[in-house]
Design a protein around this ligand. Structure first.
Ligand SMILES: Nc1ncnc2c1ncn2[C@@H]1O[C@H](COP(=O)(O)OP(=O)(O)OP(=O)(O)O)[C@@H](O)[C@H]1O
Length: 258
């Protein structure tokens, strides 16, 4: 495989909170079309890594490359523009906006008319708006909630709100989709449906990084996995490989499950 297959290459990430080393020299490499899992016991540093990657926390050290281009994760909107879209553990939708509007907002990251066009409603702006609306409908259909396009997002079920977040992430045409505990709070049926959706996104040659507590889901879905423990990577490999790794078994089962 050539280097052009590498979507995300992050190396040497460290992050301190006062005296606590939340991340020590963490690196991951993700290839195009992979579903990549980041797992580890509670407090291992997964969320911190996600937040660093997506511009919410400033790292102390680290190099960041997306699709071969260096990027600086200094602000969320810059990371989105560089091509990483994320969802949140605690769903962050615009509750009073419709499902369609939420996806359209995501798409605006990639639009060109800008403020002047929006204020004067130029022909270019209107054409762009119509294209965004069409694409947003397509994405809602794609994630399976097209019939709720005109419902306020807060009225959707939990599982459907998660789907909506994924549609909004896809709307930015990202190089990488980062899913923060996508199965959290889902029932068994919703989890099966989520798995199908993620599989489908992967088949469309998208690249996904996910943090997930549901180990079964991770093992069934991910091509590769990195395991963090106390802020350091302790194993990397296929799910089958890491499951057999002594350090991983100890991190999860030994030392009293911190
Ligand atoms: N903003 C912060 N300020 C201070 N300490 C923090 C902050 N965010 C995280 N930490 C600490 O950093 C460590 C790593 O936390 P983090 O939330 O990244 O772990 P995690 O693997 O995502 O855990 P969980 O599985 O419980 O979500 C923890 O000890 C946590 O208390």
């Amino acid at each position: 495989m050539s280097n052009s297959d590498i979507v995300l290459n992050v190396q040497g990430v460290s992050k301190r909170f006062g005296g606590l080393k939340a991340l020590s020299d963490v690196g991951i490499t993700i290839r195009r079309g992979q579903v990549y899992g980041l797992i580890g016991p509670n407090g291992a540093g997964k969320t911190t890594f996600f937040n660093v990657l997506t511009g919410l926390y400033t790292p102390d050290t680290g190099s960041f490359e997306l699709a071969g281009q260096p990027y600086k994760p200094t602000a969320v909107h810059l990371v989105a523009k560089a091509g990483i879209a994320r969802t949140f553990q605690n769903i962050r939708l615009f509750a009073e906006m419709t499902a369609l509007e939420n996806v359209m907002v995501g798409r605006h990251v990639r639009t060109h008319s800008g403020l002047v066009g929006a204020v004067f409603r130029t022909a270019g702006f209107k054409a762009e708006e119509a294209a965004i609306r069409k694409r947003a409908h397509e994405l809602l259909d794609y994630v399976g909630i097209g019939k709720y396009a005109h419902f306020r997002s807060r009225t959707l079920s939990y599982g459907d709100q998660r789907r909506l977040e994924i549609a909004r992430a896809l709307a930015t045409d990202p190089q990488l989709i980062a899913l923060d505990e996508p199965a959290a709070g889902m029932n068994a049926t919703e989890k099966v449906n989520l798995r199908e959706l993620i599989d489908r996104i992967r088949k469309d040659n998208r690249t996904i990084l996910l943090i997930e507590h549901d180990v079964k889901l991770v093992m069934g879905l991910c091509d590769r996995v990195t395991v963090l423990d106390y802020g350091s990577p302790i194993a990397e490999g296929t799910p089958a490989e890491v499951q057999k790794n002594e350090k991983v078994i100890e991190a999860y089962l030994g030392t009293g499950g911190h």
